[in-house]
Write a protein that binds this ligand. Structure first.
Ligand code: FE2
Ligand code: FE2
Length: 247
């Protein structure tokens, strides 16, 4: 029995949209097929696979049906976290998605899932990603303060959602936690954040995040151990489509 995670599949079986990096990078060539083959070999029916957001480019559920069907066809229990590109997923209507796709997929929002004696807590998260202003040497000398103020509100909302997830797990008696985010826990300017603090507060053993893809972004946030929490990036192109074993 094993727990795996990966994010940023960015499927587009029905959508013409693709990230600019997706059009050129070799790692994205037939990535759906590569990933399916890897999963079929690696993941057993009793295993769990957490998909850490940015599942589909579709703008609504009908544009995502084939992408979700593809995910349904992967082995193991599939738990999905919301990503910033998952337009088909209204956080307030998560129950409807769960109803529609049960028992094949679990959409995790404002709640928790379990793996052995661990509670898996999750939310999309958020980080301010600029625009930053650079000097001639490429050093950051400022940023869009209005955008940063807006980001602060989104961070607060996501922190509140994450706390609900932790509190529900605690109420149910769980004391061991793995925390999942789509966004990285910190941006390139931060050494800690509300997300790292919450991981420490609840004693999460690991924080698993995605979103940072394309080689220039792989090291935007914390990796490895920091204040007794282990941080792990699981974006699909970073992992070359090999799901990362978490437990
Ligand atoms: Fe992404
Ligand atoms: Fe993303």
């Amino acid at each position: 029995m094993a727990l795996y995670a990966i994010g940023d599949l960015h499927l587009h079986f029905q959508s013409v949209l693709r990230a600019p990096g997706q059009l050129h990078g070799r790692v994205w060539k037939n990535h759906e097929e590569k990933f399916r083959k890897i999963c079929d070999k690696l993941i057993k029916p009793e295993d769990t696979l957490v998909l850490a957001g940015d599942h589909s480019w579709g703008k609504n559920l009908s544009e995502c049906e084939k992408d979700l069907e593809y995910i349904c066809g992967l082995p193991g229990k599939k738990i999905l976290i919301r990503g910033n590109h998952d337009m088909f997923w209204d956080a307030k209507k998560t129950n409807q998605l769960n109803h529609l796709y049960q028992p094949k997929l679990t959409f995790l929002q404002d709640s928790f899932e379990t793996y052995q004696d661990y509670a898996l807590t999750a939310t999309k998260g958020f980080t301010f990603e600029g625009p930053f202003y650079l000097d001639a040497r490429g050093r950051i000398i400022g940023w869009d303060e209005e955008a940063e103020e807006h980001a602060r509100k989104l961070v607060e909302r996501e922190l509140a959602r994450l706390r609900i997830s932790f509190e529900k797990a605690k109420e149910a008696g769980y004391r061991k936690f793995l925390m999942f985010l789509h966004y990285p826990p910190t941006n390139i300017l931060e050494e800690s954040s509300g997300f790292t603090q919450m991981a420490e507060e609840y004693g999460a053993e690991q924080v698993i995040y995605a979103h940072c893809h394309g080689e220039t972004r792989f090291h935007d946030s914390i990796e490895g151990e920091y204040h007794h929490v282990v941080y792990r990036l699981v974006s699909g192109d970073y992992l070359k489509w090999n799901p990362l074993r978490i437990l």
